[in-house]
Ligand binder design. Structure first.
Ligand SMILES: N[C@@H](CCC[C@H](N)C(=O)O)C(=O)O
Length: 284
């Protein structure tokens, strides 16, 4: 059987997008993993499955699968690419759509010039709900941010903030993202036993009060060229700590994102580029 797909990216975070609005598409995790493989498959950081809403009051539903085959809660660049996709494919003529994802509803908006802003939901700041197991740890409070000492083994400790954007994020401040231990400490933090659902790991360099540089080691995908929920998690942590003020420009390796957040209890908004790269058909 053949499956039609669209290859997209958002600031270099790349996706296989599948239209499952007419008929559902279900594959086992190892098949998704094979499609995302960069040598034997199409290649992608995530697979986005566009579906019909469960509640007819909403416009769409949307599932996200990491390149390791794990299904996850949220994907910020994916959400922006999603809006671009449903518009380009004529699945909607609306400029603003409500989309069901695992943690709840998100709202995506496209302006007349085609730029998409994703309402990413209200960040969860309670460590236990990230989820992060802080039992027995004492945090160092910086502004409104708890910075937790995380044991990395071999006598090393990283100081992390934790935020959930629906999916979990650990945020570390570094002096220079170019020399940060993203590919070595990233997987250690991702799989740390204090994160029962694993975590995404953001390494933040503050450039000035409206500008950060960011590299993200993504749960289930490794380092990506940009991460939208990672950008939101990093900006939320950085605002709480008093390092930056909203709105914030995020320089990622694959392009520039922007995040605006008015503070605890408010929705975070994500902007940035998206593109369709090619269309294809694959045997499944
Ligand atoms: N690239 C994404 C995040 C995708 C999910 C993440 N790897 C997770 O496991 O939570 C983004 O743009 O947010």
């Amino acid at each position: 059987m053949k499956l039609r797909f669209t290859k997209m990216h958002g600031a270099g975070n790349d996706f296989i997008v599948i239209d499952a609005t007419r008929e559902p598409v279900e594959l086992p995790p190892e098949r998704w993993q094979a499609l995302a493989d960069r040598h034997y498959g199409i290649g992608a950081d995530q697979i986005l499955i566009v579906g019909k809403p469960n509640d007819p009051a909403n416009d769409f539903s949307y599932r996200i699968v990491n390149s390791d085959g794990s299904e996850v809660e949220h994907c910020g660049n994916g959400a922006r690419a999603f809006m671009h996709f449903v518009t380009a494919k004529g699945l909607t003529t609306k400029r603003r759509v409500s989309v069901e994802i695992m943690p709840g509803l998100i709202t995506l908006e496209m302006d007349a010039a085609g730029a998409v802003t994703a309402g990413m939901g209200v960040p969860v700041l309670d460590a236990a709900r990230v989820p992060f197991d802080a039992a027995g740890l004492v945090s160092r409070r910086e502004g409104e941010l708890d910075r937790w000492p995380l044991d990395l083994g071999a006598g090393r400790t990283a100081e992390i903030g934790v935020v959930s954007m629906g999916n979990p994020h650990a945020v570390l401040r570094v002096d220079d993202v170019d020399t940060a231990p993203v590919t070595t400490d990233g997987p250690v933090v991702e799989n740390h036993p204090r994160f029962p659902r694993r975590t995404n790991v953001g390494f933040v360099q503050v450039v000035d009060e409206h500008h950060i540089r960011l590299r993200v080691w993504e749960r289930g995908a490794g380092e990506t060229l940009a991460c939208g929920t990672g950008a939101c998690g990093a900006v939320v942590a950085a605002i709480l700590a008093g390092w930056v003020k909203s709105p914030v420009r995020i320089a990622a390796r694959g392009g520039e994102l922007s995040v605006a957040w008015a503070g605890p209890g408010s929705v975070a908004y994500l902007g940035g580029p998206t593109a369709i790269v090619f269309e294809g058909e694959v045997e499944i």
